[in-house]
Design a protein around this ligand. Structure first.
Ligand code: GLC
Length: 518
């Protein structure tokens, strides 16, 4: 690509997810808020992230902690005001950090005025904004199963004697994207935020939007599987093309990243269209892969095979607000450090989940403190900023318990300790930013002994080799790439030997980024 046409920012960016409830509380209600998040933008600048994605902060009854929106164009008082949002965006932009927001448009809250109108009578003009069907009093219209409840994805409304569809909680009725008025209303919401300066959207349940009005049963072998994880209707592609057209009409490379929760990379790749649907899509199979060399090798091969030929730019994500943190899943900080090297050096855009840079584990949540109907409280524990009893929050009693060891696993302590995982993330981000190979280069898997995954990234003469030891013992890895050439350790997951020639061995669960000497 000629220098006058640099790759779009979202290809070389590192994007950091803020779950606002859990980031930092500034007003003593125990729930994080926009002002709290704004006050820690300095942490993100220091770390070196390029963009943040804010999980929902819109008005919501909070049955799904904001993924049930009752007003798309206002900030829930828990999180602040529209003026606070504008200040957040202005401060982020002043630091060169872009801002993505969540677009939750597969469904609304049942308290959204649209749904309240829709359910009020069969002939209400908004009736068809949602998906109503007859069924019988005891039997829903089809066999789809809702996420979280594992009950039918339908609720019967006594008043009008029909059932409405909800792929998630009964309090999250699905919008009917087959109705052009719905699409126009969502486009208007997007313009509202684009005009306020957001750089794009993370589209919730992007693969769920289009629905076949026949609403055919899921095949018997899949009955019992939540429908939202298998829904794959071709109508969604045209919807996404129109969303893409809308954001592309704005200046400044606004973008769409879609949550396509289909655990098959070839299906995910289709949501990039011909470069005219999603700019990026989350590819979740690697998130669910075990910490294992061949599993990861396979995921990389699959991503290259599916995304490469269509010119679709991959994404990589290990943790988010819906899953157990990878520090907890993989079982040790050494592995979490090696995983950070992997995440930040693969070909594609990495997404970090707030707190992974601190090596946070999931909180242990006692049964009486469980609040999420989907069992996801552990990864949503509040971020500890320092070692004081309130860990930097405006209260000592946040909405969820702290993650383990907040006296030592907190931002301030780790920033003071050059050997912390936080500093490793910072070194990795800096190494990426300084290397065209890491930001946009090709990837080639290298021969490596059992237990080691190694690959080379290269772009216009810039080269890096990455080697990850997935085993818990020390292993040899002799680089035979260019005989006679020497390689230096640029970043090591355990910090050892950085700046020195690579000696051909990897510590237990250790990973390195190597740079050629010449
Ligand atoms: C997505 C969100 C999740 C939410 C669900 C329903 O999967 O990531 O948090 O519960 O959609 O909106």
């Amino acid at each position: 690509m000629p220098p006058s046409m640099p790759d779009p920012w979202w290809q070389s960016a590192v994007i950091y997810q803020i779950y606002p409830r859990s980031f930092l509380d500034s007003d003593e209600d125990g729930v994080g808020d926009l002002d709290g998040a704004r006050s820690r933008l300095g942490h993100l600048s220091w770390l070196g992230v390029d963009a943040v994605w804010l999980s929902p902060f819109f008005r919501s009854p909070m049955r799904d902690f904001g993924y049930d929106v009752s007003d798309y164009c206002d900030v829930d008082p828990l999180f602040g005001t529209l003026a606070d949002f504008d200040r957040f965006v202005a401060d982020a932009h002043a630091r060169g950090i872009r801002v993505l927001i969540d677009l939750v448009a597969n469904h609304t809250s049942d308290q959204h005025p649209w749904f309240m109108d829709s359910r009020s009578s069969r002939d209400n003009p908004k009736r068809d904004w949602y998906i109503w069907r007859d069924g019988t009093p005891d039997c829903p219209p089809n066999n789809w199963i809702a996420s979280f409840t594992n009950e039918p994805a339908w609720t019967r409304d006594e008043k009008t004697g029909q059932w409405y569809l909800h792929l998630f909680l009964p309090e999250q009725p699905d919008l009917n994207w087959g109705n052009p008025e719905v699409e126009a209303a969502v486009h208007e919401v997007m313009r509202f935020w684009l005009d306020r300066g957001v750089d794009g959207f993370r589209i919730d349940v992007a693969h769920g939007l289009g629905k076949d009005p026949r609403l055919l049963d899921d095949p018997p072998e899949l009955a019992g599987v939540p429908h939202s994880s298998i829904h794959n209707d071709p109508r969604t592609h045209a919807i996404l093309r129109r969303l893409r057209h809308l954001v592309d009409g704005y200046p400044g490379e606004r973008m769409l990243v879609g949550e396509v929760f289909l655990l098959d990379t070839s299906l995910v790749a289709a949501y990039y269209g011909d470069g005219d649907e999603l700019h990026l899509a989350f590819n979740f199979p690697p998130l669910f892969a075990p910490w294992d060399t061949s599993a990861w090798r396979d995921e990389i091969i699959r991503a290259e095979a599916e995304f490469g030929p269509r010119g679709a730019w991959p994404t990589w994500v290990l943790s988010n607000h819906d899953n157990v943190r990878h520090r907890t899943r993989y079982g040790s900080e050494a592995r979490a450090r090696a995983a950070a090297v992997l995440l930040l050096t693969l070909r594609g855009t990495p997404f970090l989940y707030a707190g992974e840079e601190l090596g946070l584990e999931d909180a242990i949540v006692a049964p009486e403190r469980v609040v999420d109907p989907g069992g996801r409280d552990g990864s949503r524990a509040p971020l500890p900023w320092d070692a004081t009893p309130s860990h930097g929050w405006a209260t000592t009693d946040p909405w969820l318990p702290w993650p383990p060891d907040p006296q030592t696993n907190n931002a301030e302590a780790e920033r003071l300790d050059g050997s912390s995982i936080l500093h490793l993330y910072r070194r990795l981000l800096a190494a990426r930013r300084a290397s065209p190979a890491l930001m946009r280069g090709d990837i080639e898997l290298l021969a490596a002994p059992a237990g080691v995954l190694a690959y080379e990234r290269s772009f216009a003469g810039d080269r890096r080799v990455v080697a990850v030891n997935f085993s818990d013992r020390a292993l040899d890895f002799n680089l035979t790439l260019s005989p006679g050439a020497t390689w230096r350790v640029q970043v090591a997951s355990d910090g050892s030997g950085e700046g020195s020639p690579f000696r051909g061995n990897l510590g237990p669960s250790a990973a390195v980024v190597l740079t050629p000497d010449r």
